[in-house]
Design a protein around this ligand. Structure first.
Ligand code: SF4
Length: 379
């Protein structure tokens, strides 16, 4: 069970989180007298809608679940990006100040906490003492792109547990190795991933891609190596994943990993919001009632595609518009294509299984879509 990955789809984060925790039988590992810390990603004071920060509703779902287990010693701890007041502001803007009042929960700014010093491979680590003193640590990152490390998710979210000075220091010496080593010092007991609308490329948000999905697992490396695929990265491309495997932080995702999906029919979220960058990339796509996680995988893949179907399709569109003819070689996605046959276009997902060329999956991962795009000869 601890090697499984659980995914829930939908638009009710409180219930989705509770259902995931029940399905994964989290209560087996809890005791009522435990001291529990929840660590979200509040990198900056920015609304969760922008794709950078953890939805407070997920943390609310966790608190409710913990309270049903009669756990009362619950804290939310975070150290936002560099700056004296950023954490307090982020707590406020992202709904955590209100949440803490409603549930009588402590809010801890890790920047103000005492640290414990370590040194591994000549790298200095100072970790907030509270994390070492807790009985149960729940990591609640946002699955999103990152301008330097490509992916930010479970493993990188622990950077919020160290002082500002060390955040700068890690950036200077290259982030990957310190992130992996930090995960040998701090080992969350549980990870619940906010994949509701993580950003396409940037940890500070701005181009959120709606996926309406929450994931749960017990192994941060397993989850990161799985989730990198969802946003169109091969895990080998993410250096800190390779380092983490070397330092035995956890297991890597492979074909034996069991994926347990809840509410599969809730993937169908037709009225999802599309960011400006997504709209730009979508110009070359024919979308008809696509589910949000499927569409998100395609947008992540299009943003990274080497063959640049964008240019090819753009040329076709211009040509075809001029000639008032049917467009050729489009990328088609969505339930509107169920049952349709097509020998010209590339279909995305099992809804297009009657196309002669389509990417399998429901939804397919961003990496599967990317690999197909890169091998597809666009006319
Ligand atoms: S393949 Fe079809 S049903 Fe499945 S996620 Fe994609 S659009 Fe939705």
């Amino acid at each position: 069970m601890k090697d499984n990955i659980y995914i829930n789809y939908g638009k009710n984060p409180i219930k989705m989180t509770n259902d995931l925790m029940e399905k994964a039988k989290v209560s087996k590992y809890l005791k009522s007298d435990m001291k529990v810390i929840i660590k979200p990603n509040l990198v900056l004071p920015s609304s969760t809608k922008n794709g950078a920060t953890t939805h407070s509703e997920i943390v609310e779902g966790i608190i409710k679940y913990l309270q049903t287990q009669n756990i009362t010693d619950i804290s939310i701890a975070e150290g936002a990006w560099v700056g004296e007041k950023t954490t307090t502001e982020a707590f406020k803007v992202c709904g955590y100040t209100d949440l803490s009042k409603r549930y009588d929960i402590n809010l801890i700014d890790t920047k103000k906490e005492e640290t414990i010093d370590y040194e591994i491979e000549n790298i200095r680590f100072r970790v907030s003492k509270i994390f070492q003193e807790t009985d149960y640590l729940i990591n609640v990152p946002v699955l999103k792109g990152h301008c330097q490390t490509k992916l930010t998710n479970c493993l990188k979210n622990l950077k919020g547990c160290i002082p500002d000075k060390d955040k700068r220091y890690y950036h200077n010496i290259g982030l990957h190795k310190p992130i992996a080593l930090l995960n040998t010092l701090l080992k969350p007991d549980l990870h619940i991933i906010d994949s509701i609308c993580g950003d396409l490329t940037f940890e500070e948000g701005g181009n959120p891609i709606e996926s309406n999905r929450i994931l749960l697992g017990y192994d941060g490396l397993l989850l990161d190596s799985y989730c990198s695929r969802l946003i169109a990265y091969n895990p080998e491309e993410i250096e800190y994943i390779t380092y983490s495997a070397k330092y035995n932080v956890g297991k890597l995702f492979d074909e034996h990993t069991k994926i347990i999906e809840l509410n599969k029919s809730n993937k169908d979220n037709k009225d999802f919001i599309k960011s400006e960058l997504a709209k730009e990339l979508e110009r070359y796509v024919d979308e008809n009632s696509a589910c949000s996680p499927c569409y998100a995988g395609l947008i992540f893949a299009l943003n990274k595609a080497e063959n640049n179907p964008k240019d090819s399709l753009n040329n076709n569109n211009e040509k075809n518009n001029n000639e008032n003819e049917k467009n050729n070689n489009k990328i088609r996605i969505g339930q509107g294509f169920k049952g349709q046959t097509n020998d010209e276009d590339l279909g995305i997902g099992d809804c297009c299984k009657n196309f002669s060329k389509y990417v399998k999956g429901c939804p397919p991962s961003g990496l599967d879509i990317l690999n197909y795009l890169n091998s597809f000869e666009f006319d």
